[in-house]
Design a protein around this ligand. Sequence first.
Ligand code: NI
Length: 394
Amino acid sequence: MDPSLLRREAEAIGGRLTAWRRDLHQHPEIGFQERRTASIVAGELRALGLDVQTGIAETGVVAVLQGERPGCTLMLRWDMDALPIQEAAGAPYASVHPGLMHACGHDGHVAIGLGVAQVLSSHRSEVRGCVKLLFQPGEEGLGGAERMIAAGVLENPVPDAALGVHLWNVRPVGWFGIADGPVMAGAELLEIEILGQGGHGAAPQQATDPVVAAAQVVSALQTIVSRNLDPRATAVVSVTQIHAGETFNVIPDRAVLRGTIRTFEPEIRQMVMRRVTEVTAGIAAALGCTARVRLTPLTPPVVNDPAVSAKVRAAARGLFPDAVVDESERSMVSEDMAFFLQAVPGCFSLVGSADRERGQGPAHHNSQFDFDEAVLPRAVALLAAATIDLLSEA
Ligand code: NI
């Protein structure tokens, strides 16, 4: 398959990609309520003659594109949900729904997915096997991937490999992050309850103060990354909430801390969780309090299969000889593509999307978020090329 042909075809539908993206951007929908989005997706995919199923895990859409030659099954996944953020970017295509915004680029992901479906549909004679297109609801911490898996999307046909992308405003258009191994971190919810004995704020000697213990726990937890972790490795321990007391002159009975742990490797995850428990219990005991630590796994790390990511990198270099293909970019944010890649070998690529004029785009999940739409045809070309290559080499 000639990469320059795919690149030209993707560029030729650039106007449609932008129109889809802007329409979705104007009409953002929160996780599991992506009804308008899903109906647009289903309508476009049916217009291409694909076999389409809707209402999967509430609003998910799955379509199958059958190539003209027999072969394996490749899965492509796109997330569709917006965030509860009031848009402040002021674009002509700004959200018309108060308090809701596509601030992570999932509007772009859906447009890219529709573009890939269109390009691949016109190349069915070159597609070996079948392409399964998943449009997923509720990625933003809502468990959409797990619910789609529970609904059976990894069966009938079973995918042999899976691909996904995320627009990446940290980098400019022309940059691709396609790494081997873990590329996004696993996330845990950390909850600590410190129990003391309340009393008068003026008589601390009669109380056991959980506020002082909580303050020292927050500080001591910072030593896990700085003192227990190999300096060449990576982890995050963030305490993001502290709740204690009702008024200024009463020492409360309890203090509650919440936060998050981010890690890439299972051994480091185990070590960090063990030390969080030990450090918290030790500090609390030293100050006469007791502590309960609860760690709830949210998302595993997103782990790329080296054989699949090597092929995606080759596709990127073939399509865009002047592009930067970064093999080392990793992020401590988490993504529920992780659940699909636990079950199916695959690759999650980051596609630089920052506006070239402004140098760097606003951060994801920011009320000013916007990206350079020139990224859309590039991402379509990358995914279409990687899909055809992976299926033909399987
Ligand atoms: Ni996202």
